[in-house]
Design a protein around this ligand. Structure first.
Ligand SMILES: [Zn+2]
Length: 437
C-alpha cells in the first residue's frame, strides 16, 4: 500500500484562459497528487465528479473532499499593493502627493517597531488568506525587518521589496544611499526571485541608487517594481527634479528617467502607467516592462480612490504591453481582487473593452505570467499546483447551462453601492492542496 495520500476534490471549475476566454466546467473536479516528502499537492488530472467518486472508492489511499456545492477558481494574483498601508485604505483622499505626506508616510513609520510589525503581519496575513490573494507584488516600508517578516510570514508566495527613499522624503523615513543599497543587496541576495528591488518612485529615489540596485536584481534574478505616471502633478514633479540631475538634462519623459536609471526589463513591474506618450509606450514594449493596473486606486475620490484617471486599455493593448490587475491598497480602498475586478469592469464600461472574463484573467493567470509562474499557478491544468478558492453560488443548478461570462458575473458581480470589501465572499482558500482557511 502506498503511503502517499492523494486528494480528490469534487467541484465545478471556472478556469481563466485569456481576455476573451474562460472555461466553465460544471460537475468537474480535481485529482491532486501529493509531492513526495512535502505537504504539497499538484493537479494530476481534471475529471468529471462522477468518475472521481468511482476512483476514490476504488483507491483507499485517497482523501475525498466534496466541494460540489461550490465553484472553484484559481487563487488571485495582486500585482501591486502596499501591506504597510492597510490602515490608511479608507483615509480621506485629495490627491496623491498630499495623501502620501499626510497619511501614508506617518503610518509606514510605525513599522520601525518590531512588535507593531509582528502584530500587523498576523492580522494582514489573515486578510490575504481570506481574500484569496496568495501571489503578487508587494511594497513594504523602508525597514528591513518589515520586508523579511512579510517574505517569511505571508501565505502563498508573494514578492516583496523594501521601498527605497533616499531623497525628497520626510526626515523620519529618509535613508542614506549607502544604507539603502546595502539593505537592498542583502535582501536581494537572500531572497532571490522572491524579492523585488522597490524604488518608491523617481521622486524619492536617486537614479544612481536605482542603477546599482538593478544590478543586484539582475545578478539574483530578483524583480523590480515602482510607480510610473499615476498623476500629471507627479509627472511634473519628476521632470522638475530630474532636469537638474547630471546626465538627465535631455530626458523628455518619466519612462525615460527609469530607462536611463537602468531599471526597465521583463522582470520590472510599473504601477499605474495612466499618462504615457506613444514614445513611452514603445519603450515599455521594447524592454518588455509590465504594468500593474489598479482601477480601485485610480477611481474617483467619491469611490474612495485617488481620482488619478482612467487606464487607457485600448492603447495599452494595441501596444501589446503586458499588464495585470492590482489593488494598490492603501491608495486603493479594498484588498479583495473581487472589488478590483468590479471596478475594472465598471470603469471600462464606456470603452466596451472589458467584461468579467477579461477581469478574471487579469486577476489571476495574467499576473502569474508576469511573475513567470504560469507553469505552476494561475489556472487549472494537469501538473500545476492544486491551489484554488471556493465560491458559493446562490443557485448552482441554474448555472450549469450558462456561459462562462454569465457564471463569472453571477459569482463576482457586486453592485457599486453594495461593495464594501468583498473579503467575505470567498468560502475557502487552498494553497498547493492544503486548506488555509
Ligand atoms: Zn502603489
Amino acid at each position: 500500500m502506498s503511503l502517499v495520500k492523494n486528494k480528490i476534490i469534487l467541484g465545478n471549475l471556472l478556469n481563466p484562459v485569456s481576455d476573451n476566454k474562460a472555461q466553465w466546467l460544471p460537475n468537474i473536479g480535481l485529482w491532486l497528487e501529493k509531492i513526495r516528502g512535502k505537504n504539497e499537492y499538484k493537479i494530476k488530472i481534471i475529471q468529471k465528479n462522477s468518475i472521481l467518486v468511482t476512483e476514490a472508492k476504488r483507491l483507499r489511499s485517497v482523501e475525498l473532499i466534496d466541494l460540489s456545492a461550490f465553484i472553484l477558481t484559481p487563487t488571485f494574483c495582486d500585482l501591486h499593493f502596499h501591506w504597510v498601508q492597510d490602515d490608511v485604505r479608507e483615509m480621506p483622499k485629495d490627491d496623491l502627493l498630499y495623501w502620501l505626506k499626510n497619511y501614508t508616510w506617518p503610518t509606514e513609520d510605525n513599522f520601525k517597531s518590531i512588535n507593531y510589525t509582528k502584530k500587523k503581519l498576523k492580522s494582514f496575513s489573515k486578510k490575504l488568506t481570506e481574500s484569496g490573494t496568495l501571489s503578487g507584488g508587494c511594497y513594504s516600508s523602508i525597514h528591513s525587518h518589515a520586508t523579511e517578516m512579510a517574505l517569511n510570514g505571508f501565505p502563498g508566495e508573494i514578492i516583496v521589496g523594501n521601498v527605497q527613499m533616499t531623497m525628497n522624503s520626510p526626515d523620519y523615513l529618509i535613508q542614506s544611499k549607502s544604507d539603502c543599497l546595502s539593505m537592498t543587496k542583502t535582501l536581494s541576495t537572500k531572497f532571490k526571485n522572491r524579492y523585488a528591488v522597490t524604488p518608491r518612485f523617481a521622486i524619492t529615489t536617486h537614479p544612481e541608487v536605482m542603477n546599482s540596485s538593478a544590478k543586484f536584481a539582475k545578478k539574483n534574478r530578483s524583480f523590480i517594481q515602482t510607480h510610473l505616471s499615476e498623476t500629471k502633478e507627479e509627472i511634473q514633479a519628476v521632470m522638475d527634479i530630474y532636469s537638474n540631475f547630471p546626465g538627465f538634462e535631455k530626458v523628455k519623459s518619466y519612462t525615460e528617467v527609469y530607462e536611463k536609471s537602468g531599471i526597465l526589463g521583463e522582470k520590472t513591474i510599473m504601477g499605474h502607467g495612466i499618462y504615457l506618450s506613444p514614445k513611452e509606450l514603445s519603450i515599455l514594449k521594447k524592454t518588455k516592462t509590465a504594468i500593474a493596473h489598479c482601477p480601485t486606486s485610480n477611481a474617483p475620490i467619491s469611490n474612495k480612490g485617488l481620482g488619478s484617471g482612467l487606464f487607457d486599455l485600448k492603447t495599452i493593448n494595441k501596444h501589446k504591453i503586458r499588464w495585470s490587475l492590482g489593488s494598490d491598497i492603501g491608495a486603493g480602498p479594498y484588498l479583495s481582487m473581487v472589488d478590483v475586478m468590479n471596478s475594472f469592469v465598471s470603469q471600462q464600461k464606456r470603452t466596451g473593452l472589458a467584461n468579467f472574463t477579461s477581469a478574471f484573467y487579469r486577476a489571476s493567470l495574467a499576473g502569474e505570467e508576469i511573475l513567470q509562474k504560469s507553469l505552476s499557478r494561475g489556472s487549472f491544468k494537469n501538473g500545476k499546483d492544486g491551489s484554488f478558492l471556493c465560491w458559493k453560488p446562490k443557485n448552482l443548478s441554474l448555472l450549469k447551462n450558462k456561459t462562462a461570462e454569465e457564471v463569472l458575473k453571477k459569482v463576482f458581480y457586486v453592485p457599486n453601492n453594495k461593495r464594501d470589501d468583498c473579503l467575505s465572499l470567498n468560502q475557502g482558500t487552498y494553497w498547493k492542496g492544503v486548506k488555509l482557511f
